[in-house]
Design a protein around this ligand. Structure first.
Ligand code: B1M
Length: 215
């Protein structure tokens, strides 16, 4: 029964049917299915299928875009269930997808898990330049700057942000975290980021550990 509805969520997501995805996610929650299972085995699994087809030129940008909208619709229903914010924020972060990059699904998931871990999260959006990251961090007194990139052509911009922090004498003031499909530990080390994490859950755990270690 659970497997059936989760499979349907994945199928409708692949067809870009946002309304159906929304209704099915609501139904799955009403059936008591774990929100993480709905996210991982329904929404993310469907998006992986689309990603594979996109790579093999079996579907194109418009299909991916409607699937992404369906994913966002599903996530909007899941978010309150996945996020349980404590009274006192444990820290503040600025998050964004770097300049030139419009992918925001993964970044939004990381933001959601950070909120769930008790952070106040300022989402700078997509296509975020170095000054915007840094000025927002200065404005809110952030503990960490979190950057996402999904393109091999935009990941080098993470270094630009770190270099700008250095130029402004602010590098040591912030924990710098990076992530996104083309990024890895070696790259994080090369550009001088504090750390890389592979997924939204580990990003939130690592951010919490890093911020608490500084306090
Ligand atoms: Co784009 N796209 N796309 N795309 N797209 C990829 C990334 C690609 C791998 C597809 C492919 O060829 N197989 C490819 C990149 C190739 C490369 O650079 N190596 C690609 C391309 C080429 C492009 C365009 C250039 C296509 C074109 O126009 N010709 C174009 C670029 C536009 C731009 O940004 N300037 C483009 C456009 C688009 C859409 C707009 C159609 C759409 C984005 C919609 C949106 O985001 N609102 C889209 C999508 C959806 C994808 C795929 C299919 C799925 C990405 C996604 O959302 N995955 C993707 C193929 C793929 O990844 N299989 C692809 C689900 C998401 C939950 O995963 O973002 O990896 P992800 O996030 C994970 C982790 O990476 C991690 O946690 C998340 C959850 O666990 N994570 C972090 C992410 N950020 C983190 C930050 C952290 C820590 C962890 O700390 C701060």
């Amino acid at each position: 029964m659970a497997a059936e509805i989760i499979n349907e969520i994945s199928e409708f997501l692949q067809k870009g049917r946002a309304k159906n995805v929304k209704v099915l996610v609501e139904e799955a929650l009403a059936q008591g299915i774990d929100p993480k299972e709905i996210l991982n085995d329904g929404l993310l699994a469907g998006m992986m299928v689309i990603g594979g087809k996109f790579k093999r030129n079996e579907v194109f940008v418009p299909e991916v875009l409607v699937a992404a909208r369906a994913m966002t619709a599903g996530i909007s229903i899941l978010e309150p269930k996945l996020v349980e914010i404590g009274n006192e924020p444990i820290g503040k972060v600025v998050i964004g997808t770097v300049k030139g990059d419009l992918h925001d699904i993964g970044k939004n998931l990381v933001a959601m898990m950070l909120k769930g871990a008790g952070f106040e999260v300022i989402d700078a959006g997509t296509d975020v330049d170095a000054d915007t990251f840094i000025n927002k961090a200065e404005e809110i007194g952030a503990d960490a700057i979190c950057m996402s990139a999904l393109l091999t052509t935009t990941m080098p911009y993470m270094k630009t942000v770190i270099d700008t922090l250095k130029e402004r004498g602010l590098r040591d003031k912030y924990i710098v975290m990076i992530g996104g499909a083309p990024v890895n530990d070696t790259f994080a080390e090369q550009i001088g980021a504090d750390f890389y994490t592979a997924d939204a859950t580990s990003a939130a755990e690592a951010a919490k550990a890093a911020v608490l270690a500084r306090k």
